[in-house]
Ligand binder design. Sequence first.
Ligand code: ADP
Length: 379
Amino acid sequence: MKPNPAAATAAAIGGVDFTSGRYRLVQAASPASYAVQIDMRGMVPWEEWPMTPDASPVRVTLEYLNQRYIVQAGSGAAGLWNFEFRKRLAADSQPFDVIATRSAGWGDLPWLKLVAWAAFVAVTLSALLALVRQRSERRRAQELLRLGQVARLNTLGELAAGMAHELNQPLTAILANTQAAKRLLDDDPPELSTARDAMARAVEQARRASDVVGRMRRVVERPEVGGSLQAVDLQGTVRNALYLLEPECKRLGIQFALSGDALSVKADPVALEQIIHNLLTNALQALAQVPPSERALTIAMQPEHKLGVLTICDSGPGITADILPRIFEPFFTTRDGGLGLGLSLCESLATDMGGTLTATNAAQRGALFRLSLPLAEPA
Ligand code: ADP
């Protein structure tokens, strides 16, 4: 019978204690017997061994049944965490379990690397955070700049629209008056006195236009609206505005009644003139919508406590309840080609001079505007 070396090896190992790492394998046979002395340490391929046997903290053992051979003792002391690697050697001649154990405690952790890694992560994170913060700051600054630009554009637009609105009327009047004067001078014989009147009106309107431009320039130069407040003759200003609108009143056949005493109010003369002119122009436009026989304009001035109050009441269609709350809104208009800036400008000017401007419907018919301004202190 052919001998079975594996069975013989197993049988032999089973019979010896190999904890010392040295044992003999004996094959008894006839006519000769064989014995092999095994030194387990010599079987370890130390050149390829992945650890330094004396310094490594890993403990490596070979185990068979209850016997254990220590290949590498391991220098590590017992720690908090224990790791174990176990593998059965597949060869029939070496039916051992290879067991590698490693115990680690706080002291075994690679603190230097950990600290370096934590520092690296912290620096990277804070750099990222700074970048994100810088970006959002930049976005906010850009947004503010954009808003500022929009606000400036809006203001400029409003100013330009306001100027167009304010200049349109005097320029139209200048054109009409000079054309009329030219016609009158072309007559044979020329109507010198009427032409002179027309030219005087044109001069007045040109002065008004120049005042408006001057005032707008002052507003641009000095942001606070209002100009210099001084004692202004309210009645004189109303009369002057009526004088400028006289041809239009005549054309529309408007009967107007002016009542009240001479009052001195604290105002910017050009701003006051602008308000009154706007209110009267609006009234004429409203009156143009009713039959000529029904067109009436009532202007009154009276002192009330420490205020000088001017009321301008027309017999036009009045202001419907849905329009009334919006009438002072910028760009609110019901007129074709209207800008809707006249009343909002008037209200701002009145407020800037310490006064108020309100709108209601008159008791009988039409709209009633009421301008209150502080009375000038007696000199
Ligand atoms: P605009 O004349 O360019 O429309 P305004 O600010 O002067 O702008 O007026 C705004 C609106 O107020 C007008 O479109 C009109 O509907 C209304 N309104 C102003 N004055 C009168 C008035 N006397 N009677 C009736 N409605 C008026």
